[in-house]
Design a protein around this ligand. Structure first.
Ligand code: EPZ
Length: 420
């Protein structure tokens, strides 16, 4: 398994281009199953999650070509059974459920199972497709859904932690070819859901209300091929912005969408980060001393849970007490114990982490546990004195395109060590 060897203490300086959004491209790739015609998707990041999804689409019978950031998919003839192991490996693949049901009126996929940040149930996904007329059977680790007919319905999709992003995507993709009108209340409002809706409407779907809690889908007979450019990754953008502040550097992001990042930019300003607009580019640096802030993660447009770990590193470097409360997932503090190995002083009290910041961090070997926690450990290594080895960086490669190459271009001393 590969690891990163990081020599900390060098402020990051320069320009970085933000890649396409992982959490937009995965459901959009799944949506190509809804038509037999060719779809062309651009600004596709070269991530292991994208490679997995290409394998899943291929295993379902689609022709898939991925070159230089452009993905071409033609799902002319497909089957409704997904590859058990592939789907188990990547939770995000649950989003093939809706399009398979929409196109074939049936689907059999392995239960995605939980991961290190939480149980990751799919009860809301199943509630949604059942409301459209699907029969559901869970057997031997698989979920089987099938529907003689799919009929539009009014349904409420909110769960104990608010809306579900991929649950909303799945229900929309099952409803686009249903008979009649579907109204989803408490739909997820994330930019990635809006991007999926833009792609589906380009394919001939009739969807309105994207980005609002009420999404209306009027079923159509069929969808045709379409071309689409994926939105930039707001979480990658936030990660690089925080790395700039954490290393007391100055980094300009190209291609990021400030209008997708209001909560992030607001908190960074409050924490003492200077944000300058240079046309569409955004430049991040420190604005004097860093200040402690309190953060609660919320559904969009609140502060995103996918930036919680990275922010915690910045707060560990900030003199004072910061409180970070995680309201979306039940165990998304795996990075705390690893940050403690670098000298961070963080206490967990239920859903909150109390960060006593300001102590200098010093390098040590640490273990990546999940995608965003791993990114946080890289930021911590860049800011720490001495050397940090981040192990199991396959977690990072799932969601960041060439992160070590991009960081080296900004002056970071980071080397990838090929693992055994
Ligand atoms: C998406 O996951 C993202 N992944 C996650 O990003 C992100 O953290 C999450 O949305 C929240 O924004 C992709 O888009 C591929 P949810 P998703 O359904 O859709 C509960 C990353 O690092 N819930 O919005 O799976 C669930 O347990 C990843 O890029 C139910 O109770 O998340 C959680 O507490 C991590 N029942 C909350 O809702 C359900 O049926 C939000 O989960 C579904 C979800």
């Amino acid at each position: 398994m590969d690891s990163f060897l990081i020599k900390g203490g060098t402020p990051l300086h320069g320009d970085v281009t933000i890649s396409g959004a992982k959490n937009a491209v995965l459901p959009i790739m799944a949506a190509t199953l809804l038509t037999a015609e060719t779809c062309v998707i651009r600004r596709v990041p070269n991530l292991s999650d994208v490679q997995f999804m290409c394998q899943i689409l291929t295993s379902l019978g689609a022709e898939v070509k991925f070159e230089e950031g452009t993905l071409t998919v033609r799902a002319a003839k497909i089957k409704g059974v997904g590859d058990y192991d592939l789907i188990r490996k990547m939770r995000g693949s649950i989003c093939i459920l809706g399009p398979l049901l929409g196109r074939l009126r049936k689907a059999t996929i392995s239960l995605p199972g939980g991961c290190i940040i939480g149980a990751r149930p799919i009860d809301l996904h199943l509630k949604g497709v059942a409301a459209l007329g699907a029969k559901i059977k869970i057997e031997g680790g698989y979920v089987h859904v099938d529907a003689k007919k799919l009929r539009g319905a009014d349904l409420f999709l909110g769960g104990r932690a608010g809306p579900t992003v991929l649950g909303t995507a799945n229900v929309i993709m099952a409803a686009v070819l249903a008979d009649g009108v579907t109204i989803i209340e408490s739909a997820a409002c994330e930019p990635e859901v809006i991007d999926l809706i833009h792609f589906l409407n380009a394919m001939g779907a009739k969807i309105s209300g994207g980005g609002s809690p009420t999404v209306t889908i009027t079923g159509v007979k069929s969808l045709h091929g379409a071309e689409h450019e994926v939105i930039p990754d707001r979480i990658e953008a936030a990660t690089f912005a925080i790395a700039a502040a954490a290393t007391n550097g100055e980094v300009t992001l190209h291609g990021a969408r400030a209008d997708h990042m209001h909560a992030i930019l607001d908190k960074l300003r409050e924490a003492g980060v200077k944000i300058e607009r240079n046309g569409p580019a955004l430049k991040f640096s420190r604005n004097g001393r860093l200040k402690p802030v309190d953060i609660t993660t919320l559904p969009y447009a609140g502060f995103p849970t996918d930036v919680q770990a990275q922010m915690m590193v910045l707060m560990a470097l900030t003199p004072g007490i910061s409180i970070i409360t995680e309201r979306i997932f039940e165990s998304r503090f795996m990075h705390v114990s690893e940050l403690a190995r670098l000298g961070a002083d963080i206490a967990i009290e239920g859903p909150s982490a109390i960060v006593k910041g300001g102590k200098p961090l010093s390098g040590a070997p640490v273990m990546a546990s999940d995608l965003r926690a791993s990114a946080a450990l890289v930021i911590a290594g860049l800011a720490a004195k001495g050397s940090t080895e981040v192990n199991r960086v396959y977690h990072i490669d799932r969601g960041y395109e060439n992160i070590d190459g991009k960081l080296r271009k900004l002056g970071a001393r980071i080397q990838r060590q090929e693992g055994s």
